[in-house]
Design a protein around this ligand. Structure first.
Ligand code: ZN
Length: 398
C-alpha cells in the first residue's frame, strides 16, 4: 500500500503534470491519470463518464517571468513569485522604499506621497506589523509600475481576477538593496477554463442508495513561467494517493461495502473550492443520501497526528474517530477543529451533509511553494492513517 501511495505521489507531483494547474493541460493530465486508476479498480461512473465538466475564470502565468535587482538575477519560486492577480508588464525602473519608519514620520511620508510614481516601483517593507498605510500602498493607490512586497515565506495562491499592475513578492533574505529593478511578467487570463471533477463509485451490497463519500482535490497551483512548476506533493497528491488506495481497497471482493462508496477527486480547489462548490450545486445523486463525507487534503506527514475540521460540529462521529484511534494506537493524536472554509468539505457541510476534512500534522513545512516535492515528503504515517480511515469507514457504514 505504501508503495502504491509513493507511486501516486511521485507521478502526480512530477514535472509531467505541470503542477496540476491550468497551464500545459496539467489538470487534464492529472484527471486522466485518476480516471485510469478508477477504471483499473473497476469503479463505476455515475454519469456517462467519470468526468463532471465545468468552467471558471483563472489567471495564469504561462509566458516569461524574470526579476533582476540591480545586476542580480533572482530565481523564480526560490527568491520571488508574482502574486496571483498580476498582469503583464516589463521594464527597468527605479526603486522607492516604503517601510514602517517612513510612514511613522508624517512630514516625510507626505513628501514621499507627492512624488510621481508612474515610472517607479514601490518596495513595501512591512515586517509583520501590518501597518495600514503600507498596506494601502500594496493596493497601488499611487499608480506605480509595480509593487514589490518583502515576505518571510513565499506562498503562492490562485486568482480569478486580474489587477492592472503586477505585484512581485520577494523573499526578505533574497532582497538586495539596489536603485533599480527590471522585471518581465506575462499573464494569461482565461475567462472560461474548462476543467473536471473525477468521480467513481462502488455499489453497496445492502444499501446501494446510501453513500459514503471520500474526496480529495487533485489540482494544485500549476506553473509560474515556462520553467518553474509547483509540485504539490503534500497538497494534495498525498490526499489523492489516499483516495486511490481507498478505491483499490474497497474494490476488492472481500472489502465490498454495505453502502455505496463514492470517490471524488475535485479540481479548482486552489482557485477557491470551485470543484466541490459546483458538485454541491450539481450533485450526481441526492446530497441527503450521503451518510458522511471524508475529505482528505494533506496526508503526507502525521508525526503530530491529524486534525479533523468540523470535529466540534459532528461530535458523535468525532468521538468515534478518536476512540478508534486510541484503541488501536494508529497515530499520535486526533485533534478537533470547528467549521472552516479551508477545503472541499465546506460546501457539503454548508448544505447539510455531515463531513470532516482531515489533514496530517507535523514534519515538513513546505506549503504552496516549490519545496512541496515528492522526494522530501515522508508519507511516514500513511499506513496508519489508511488503517484509521478504513476503520472509521467501517463505523460509518454501520
Ligand atoms: Zn490543498
Amino acid at each position: 500500500m505504501y508503495f502504491y501511495a509513493r507511486k501516486v505521489v511521485d507521478t502526480m507531483a512530477s514535472e509531467s503534470m505541470h503542477g496540476r494547474g491550468y497551464i500545459n493541460d496539467g489538470d487534464k493530465i492529472a484527471a486522466n491519470y485518476i480516471k485510469t486508476e478508477f477504471k483499473k479498480f473497476g469503479l463505476r461512473s455515475l454519469g456517462d463518464d467519470y468526468y463532471q465538466l465545468f468552467s471558471f475564470p483563472v489567471n495564469t502565468f504561462p509566458g516569461s517571468v524574470s526579476v533582476k535587482l540591480g545586476e542580480q538575477e533572482l530565481v523564480t519560486g526560490k527568491d520571488y513569485i508574482f502574486s496571483p492577480h498580476s498582469s503583464s508588464s516589463n521594464g527597468k525602473y527605479s526603486i522607492v522604499v516604503a517601510d514602517e519608519k517612513l510612514v511613522k514620520k508624517k512630514k516625510k511620508f507626505d513628501k514621499f506621497l507627492k512624488q510621481d510614481f508612474s515610472n517607479k516601483i514601490i518596495v513595501v517593507n512591512d515586517t509583520g506589523k501590518q501597518t495600514e498605510l503600507l498596506h494601502n500602498l500594496i493596493g497601488n493607490t499611487l499608480k506605480a509600475k509595480a509593487i514589490v512586497t518583502l515576505k518571510d515565506k513565499l506562498t503562492l495562491s490562485m486568482a480569478q481576477e486580474v489587477n492592472d499592475y503586477p505585484i512581485i513578492e520577494i523573499l526578505r533574505t533574497s532582497y538586495i538593496k539596489s536603485k533599480e529593478i527590471s522585471f518581465d511578467i506575462e499573464n494569461k487570463f482565461i475567462p472560461n477554463y474548462q476543467s473536471q471533477n473525477v468521480i467513481g463509485y462502488i455499489q453497496g451490497s445492502e444499501q446501494p442508495d446510501s453513500f459514503l463519500v471520500f474526496s480529495a482535490h487533485y489540482d494544485h497551483l500549476g506553473q509560474m513561467g515556462k520553467e518553474v512548476y509547483f509540485p504539490g506533493a503534500n497538497d494534495n497528491a498525498s490526499g489523492c494517493a489516499m483516495l486511490l488506495n481507498l478505491a483499490k481497497y474497497y474494490s476488492l471482493p472481500e472489502h465490498k461495502p454495505k453502502c455505496s462508496i463514492a470517490f471524488i477527486a475535485f479540481c479548482g480547489e486552489e482557485v477557491g473550492l470551485l470543484g466541490s462548490k459546483y458538485y454541491t450545486e450539481h450533485p450526481l445523486f441526492p446530497l441527503k443520501n450521503i451518510k458522511f463525507l471524508l475529505n482528505m487534503d494533506i496526508m503526507g506527514t502525521g508525526e503530530d497526528g491529524i486534525t479533523a475540521v468540523n470535529g466540534s460540529v459532528f461530535k458523535k462521529e468525532f468521538s468515534a474517530l478518536k476512540q478508534i484511534n486510541s484503541e488501536n494506537y494508529f497515530i499520535k493524536d486526533v485533534k478537533m477543529r470547528g467549521k472552516a472554509a479551508n477545503s472541499d468539505h465546506y460546501f457539503f457541510s454548508e448544505n447539510g451533509v455531515k463531513a470532516f476534512f482531515i489533514y496530517s500534522m507535523g514534519g515538513i513545512k513546505a506549503y504552496h511553494d516549490i519545496y512541496d516535492r515528492a522526494e522530501t515528503l515522508p508519507l511516514n504515517e500513511f499506513e496508519n492513517l489508511f488503517k484509521l480511515i478504513t476503520k472509521f469507514g467501517e463505523y460509518l457504514q454501520n
